[in-house]
Design a protein around this ligand. Structure first.
Ligand code: C2E
Ligand code: MG
Ligand code: MG
Ligand code: MG
Length: 279
């Protein structure tokens, strides 16, 4: 690991490398070491069926448990992991961990894993998923893979082939952060998604902005007509949940139910009583 030599310079770095580049290089080295030290682990956030109030799935959300910096959120390391390719190793770690954890949960509870566009460029993706399922014994139908529009932006035949191959294995495919991209609707035609995750930005203003209500209504309607499950992200209060229920949104996820928690707390989250929402 690179250390300052006491005179404010970093021995391992070429002179002329700017501070930003140095910081990134340090972070990359720290990430590599952290992989060796096993400091990355998936946390889990429950996803509830709106009509029944039951937990139906957990989304795996990566956390870096850094010995000095504490718990680090993905926004602080995933972009660099994508640039450096480390996301492939990290992604495999999440896939393996999430499948192994989910295999210990009740049989009707699914697990959702986020996939980076970089992982789609890696020819081993199908093999990694196959191996994670085989090693854990998890049924393929219990694994959901979340992709964002940026995966489809590459819009290569290879990407679509990979998605269809994953689908053929019995794995489900969700379109994450729906509505934030350039042409969300056209992506719904390029692949038969199993689930649409409505971006948090539409949910957060749901109670205060009428246009957000109209958008939620349109997307849940779209889901119903296309036979696609809709999940609202970032549900933080009862008023939002009530509105989503009224609009017929299938599932909800957010701090109202729980923040992402370590695997050991999944059992406790499953035992949480259903929320009572005033009708
Ligand atoms: P995402 O997949 O859209 O995940 C939802 C994010 O919203 C999570 O942030 C979650 O903690 C947060 N969230 C959930 N409910 C609420 C709420 O009620 N209020 C607010 N303010 N936030 C809420 P997180 O865990 O920081 O992850 C951020 C993003 O990092 C994820 O967005 C995903 O794109 C990426 N990510 C996380 N884990 C992985 C991973 O294992 N692999 C890849 N490739 N990306 C990941
Ligand atoms: Mg996601
Ligand atoms: Mg999302
Ligand atoms: Mg999001």
């Amino acid at each position: 690991r690179a250390k300052a030599d006491g005179r404010g310079t970093y021995r391992f770095f070429e002179t002329g490398m700017d501070a930003r580049a140095q910081a990134r290089r340090l972070l990359e080295m720290d990430m590599r070491a952290a992989l060796q030290r096993d400091e990355f682990q998936p946390y889990y956030q429950p996803i509830r069926d709106v009509a029944s109030d039951r937990v139906v799935a957990f989304e795996a959300l990566l956390r870096w448990n850094h010995p000095e910096r504490g718990l680090i959120a993905p926004i602080n390391f995933i972009p660099l992991a994508e640039e450096t390719g480390l996301i492939v190793q990290l992604g495999e770690l999440v896939l393996r961990g999430a499948c192994a954890d989910a295999a210990t949960w009740p049989d009707d509870i699914c697990v959702a894993v986020n996939l980076s566009p970089v992982q789609f460029k890696n020819p081993n993706l199908i093999a990694s998923v196959t191996e994670a399922l085989r090693n854990s014994g998890l049924a393929a139908r219990r694994l959901e893979l979340e992709i964002t529009e940026s995966v489809l932006l590459q819009n290569s035949e290879a990407t679509l082939t990979t998605l269809h191959d994953l689908r053929a294995m019995g794995v489900r495919i969700s379109l994450d952060d729906f509505g934030t991209g350039y042409s969300s609707l056209s992506y719904l035609r390029s692949f038969p998604f199993d689930k649409i995750k409505i971006d948090r930005s539409f949910v957060s203003e749901l109670v205060t902005r009428e246009d957000s209500v109209a958008i939620i209504r349109a997307v849940t309607g779209l889901g119903r007509s296309l036979g696609i499950v809709t999940t609202a992200e970032g549900v933080e209060n009862d008023a939002q949940l009530e509105l989503l229920r009224r609009e017929g949104c299938t599932q909800a996820q957010g701090y109202l139910f729980s923040k992402p928690r370590p695997a050991a707390e999944v059992v406790m989250m499953l035992e949480q009583p259903p929320l009572r929402v005033s009708a």
